[in-house]
Every structure is written in structure tokens, then in C-alpha cells.
Design a protein around this ligand. Structure first.
Ligand code: UD1
Ligand code: CA
Length: 449
């Protein structure tokens, strides 16, 4: 069945007390909006409409960064969730099939739950949950199995407020029916808003079938405050740690490892204490990340070891059995099989051939203040400690650079390059110099008395 997603993200999120639109606050390195979009991907949607209002340009950018197929429906004034859906439906005219409405501030809905909702036979299906503390959620009014309406907290009487079956905000309906129902909404209620939730009562009264699909409350967690954002981060991390362990990953100190929203780690990988994964990291089976590493946008192959204290930035690609040691930073560089970069090194915009050894203190000088340049190092080369590779520059296969060299010209295969001042040795000069200095110090002391 063709599915169109509508993701509501026009609100400011007043209670965040922020200049940033609420849906752009992050969990596990990705905006709330991206989490909601990611959840919706499970349904393989034909169309994805994001309703934007507050900070619309920023919201649009974030939506496109996550999925360039996303379309933006502008809602200039936030007149309610029903009004927001109406703006999205304008773009969906002619769409044959199901529409699923998600909230941009509700990041944790699972694929299985959305599939149940999509596959529900009812004309209008709402995702509900049993709330431990129903607080200000909309209440689902049922008669036996039938859902007859949703009452917003502000409009609810005491008996209705006692109901604990609550509205998550997620809803599924046929596109044409939803457009018809949304067209009938009024804002004659306590908030003076066009409530999307009123489509349920309208459908029930028109003799349409309505249903509730329920899910655990943890999935419907909506973010309204910074405290809830922090709680959501903690919940995400707890699940990610447990998930990694179930998949056969060793976490030496699980509570100190921070995952990105899309971190992927293979079986039998070992992750030491205090490792932080930003977005876009993949670690293959059997690789080891030692303590205190910061990784983002990188790939670590089978058998590789990284850290302690290493930083891998976007575009770092480590082939099998590569070793990256302490105080090494790698950005936009490919390291072929068996490369060793043990200590105190920066590699940026480089390619290093297999089994090459990079000595301590090596720096690819990749930036001239205006442009970035590439460094190409061949296979089985040996880069001596404290080599400065002034890019653009190439070092051939089996070549060697002497320690302390500043390499400004290409080094052919098999060559030895020395780029440093020649050493001079003056016999006895150190002793004579020290004697002279000590005598001078004694003279000054005597003068001062
Ligand atoms: C809504 C539901 C409530 C449910 C709760 C679950 C309605 C009327 N109420 O209430 O039943 O229990 O969510 O969290 O739907 N938005 C727009 N444009 C608008 C208004 C809202 O895009 O004009 C977006 C917001 O940015 C947000 C989402 O819709 O992402 C929900 O809006 P919000 O105002 O938070 O709804 P609640 O009052 O929480
Ligand atoms: Ca809300």
C-alpha cells in the first residue's frame, strides 16, 4: 500500500526556551526531526511531507540533510495540528493510499508499531498508549472496541480526565478521507485551535470505522523541555548499549560509551571505556576501540585497533588490521591494510598504501590557509618520526623519509628523502660553554653582595 508520511514540525517548542526550533534539538547527534523521519522510513513511504513554520529554513535544511526526497509544507501561523495537516494535504492531492501523521518531537516510535498502524483495517486508526501519568495528553474515548473520539485535556471533564488511555498524536487514514475530515474541523474549543484529534469523532459520527493500536509509553515519549530531552538521550543510550551487547559487542564500561543515532558495530568488536560515537560510524567485527576515542563519519575494518585517545573524523577509512594509536587524528583519509600510525600524528586528505608505517609526530600539512591539498603515500613506505608532508605531495612505494624532514617535493618509489639541516659536531664545545656560563653566574652573585 502506498504510504505518505506527514511529519508535523512547525511549532516553536516554547518550553524548550530556545532560539532553535524544537525539532532541531538533538538526541544521539541527530535532530529530533531526523529520528521521526527515520522511524517513518520503515514504511517505505512514497512521499514525505514535513510541515515547517518556526525556523522553517533551518527545519527544511535538516529535513533535506536526512532525506533529500522530503517536501516542505509551510504553515505560517500555528493554528493547530489539524491546520498543520491541512497544509501538508495540499501537496498530497491525488495521492492514492494511506497517510500516516507523525510528530517531529516524538522520536522513538518503532517500525513494528508503525507497521501495525499502517496495516489496520479501520478507516481511521490512532496510536494510543496507557500513560502512567496522563497529565496533559489527549484522552481516547472508547465504547467497547470502538473509538468514538479524542478529548484534549483542556476540554476534558473530570470523568474524561480519569481515562489513562492517551493519544500519542500518531494517526493513520486514507488520504481522501482524511482530507474530507480535516476540511470539516473547527477551532471552537478551549485552545481556539484546529485539533487534528477531532477527525476521530467526525469519522465515528459519519459511520466510518475507527480503531486504536497501542504501544508501550516509552515509544510515544514527546520532547517538550530540556529535562525531557536529557531523559530521552539517556533512554536512547541505554537502549543502544543494550542493543550492542545483544549483538555480541563487548563494552568494557557500557555506561561510559555514547552512541550516535546510526552507529553500527559488528560482533566481537571490543569498545573500551569513554568512547564517543558521533554520526556515521561503522565498526566491523573483531575491531577494537580502546579508551577515550572520539569517532565520527568513519569506517573501521575487521581486526583494526584504534586508540587510546584517538580521534577519527569524517572520511577516515581504516582497512583491515590497521593500527591507529594514541594522540592521532585522522580526517578524510584512507589507510590501506596493515598501516600503522602509532603516535602523535595528523593525517588529513591523505591516502596511505598497505603496510606503510607512519612515525610519531608526522603531520600532513594539508591546508595552505586557503585551500586543502592531498598527500599520497605508497605501500610499504616508512615515514620517519617528525616528518612534515607539505601537500600536495607524493611519497612512492617502499620509500623512506628521514626523521625531522620537511618534505616539499615528491619522493619516488624506493628513494630515501632527507629534508633537514646537516648535523655539525664541535668536540669539547659543550664543556667549554658550560664552564663559561657557570663562571659568569658566580661573578654576578659576587657583585650583588
Ligand atoms: C497533541 C495532541 C494530544 C496528544 C499529544 C501527544 C492535538 C490537538 N493534540 O497535543 O492529543 O496527546 O499531542 O504528544 O493534536 N504542530 C504544528 N503546527 C501547529 C501545531 C502543532 O506543526 O499548528 C506540531 C508541533 O510542532 C508538534 C506537534 O505538532 O511537533 C504536536 O503539537 P503540540 O502543540 O505539542 O501538541 P500537544 O498539545 O502536545
Ligand atoms: Ca507536545
Amino acid at each position: 500500500m502506498a504510504v505518505a508520511l506527514i511529519i508535523l514540525a512547525a511549532g516553536q517548542g516554547t518550553r524548550m526556551n530556545s532560539d532553535l526550533p524544537k525539532v532541531l534539538h538533538k538526541i544521539a547527534g541527530a535532530p529530533l526531526l531526523a529520528h521521526a523521519m527515520q522511524a517513518g522510513w520503515a514504511l517505505e513511504p512514497e512521499r514525505i511531507i514535513v510541515v515547517a513554520g518556526h525556523g522553517a529554513e533551518l527545519v527544511e535544511k535538516a529535513a533535506h540533510a536526512h532525506d533529500d526526497r522530503a517536501e516542505i509544507a509551510l504553515q505560517d501561523r500555528q493554528l493547530g495540528t489539524g491546520h498543520a495537516v491541512a497544509q501538508a494535504l495540499l501537496l498530497l492531492e491525488g495521492h492514492e493510499g494511506r497517510v500516516i501523521v507523525l510528530f517531529g518531537d516524538t522520536p522513538f516510535i518503532r517500525a513494528e508499531t508503525l507497521e501495525k498502524l499502517r496495516d489496520s483495517a479501520a478507516d481511521v486508526t490512532v496510536l494510543g498508549f496507557h500513560a502512567a501519568d496522563p497529565d496533559r495528553y489527549g484522552r481516547l474515548i472508547t465504547e467497547g472496541e470502538r473509538l468514538t473520539g479524542i478529548v484534549e485535556y483542556k476540554d476534558a471533564n473530570e470523568a474524561e480526565r480519569a481515562i489513562t488511555l492517551c493519544n500519542s498524536g500518531v494517526l493513520a487514514a486514507d488520504r481522501a478521507l482524511l482530507a474530507d475530515l480535516v476540511g470539516q474541523l473547527s477551532n471552537d474549543n478551549a485552545a481556539g485551535e484546529y485539533y487534528l484529534t477531532d477527525v476521530v469523532g467526525l469519522a465515528a459520527r459519519a459511520g466510518r470505522t475507527t480503531a486504536v493500536v497501542t504501544c508501550p509509553e516509552s515509544e510515544t515519549l514527546g520532547i517538550n523541555t530540556r529535562a525531557q530531552l536529557a531523559a530521552a538521550e539517556a533512554a536512547f543510550q541505554a537502549r543502544a548499549r543494550a542493543g550492542a551487547q545483544e549483538n555480541g559487542v563487548t563494552l568494557t564500561a557500557p555506561e561510559t560509551v555514547w552512541f550516535g543515532f546510526d552507529t553500527a558495530i559488528g560482533r566481537d568488536a571490543i569498545i573500551g571505556p569513554n568512547v564517543v560515537f558521533g554520526p556515521g560510524v561503522t565498526v566491523e567485527s573483531g575491531a577494537e576501540i580502546r579508551a577515550f576515542c572520539d569517532l565520527e563519519g568513519c569506517h573501521i575494518s575487521r581486526g583494526a585497533t584504534v586508540g587510546p585517545f584517538a580521534r577519527l573524523r569524517p572520511g577516515a577509512e581504516l582497512a583491515e588490521d590497521v593500527h591507529v594509536g594514541n594522540f592521532v587524528e585522522i580526517k578524510n583519509s584512507v589507510l590501506d591494510e596493515g598501516v600503522k600510525v602509532g603516535h602523535l600524528t595528523y593525517l588529513g586528505d591523505a591516502h596511505v598504501g598497505e603496510h606503510t608505517n607512519i612515525g610519531a609526530g608526522t603531520v600532513t600539512c594539508n591546508y595552505d590557509g586557503v585551500m586543502k591539498h592531498r598527500t599520497e603515500i605508497g605501500a610499504r613506505a616508512f615515514i620517519g618520526s617528525d616528518t612534515m608532508l607539505v601537500a600536495p605531495v607524493k611519497v612512492g612505494d617502499d620509500a623512506l623519509t628521514a626523521s625531522g624532514s620537511v618534505i616539499t617535493e615528491d619522493v619516488p618509489a624506493g628513494a630515501l628523502a632527507i629534508g633537514r639541516a646537516k648535523q655539525a659536531v664541535k668536540p669539547g664545545l659543550a664543556t667549554r660553554l658550560m664552564e663559561k656560563l657557570r663562571a659568569e653566574k658566580a661573578r654576578r652573585k659576587k657583585e650583588a653582595i
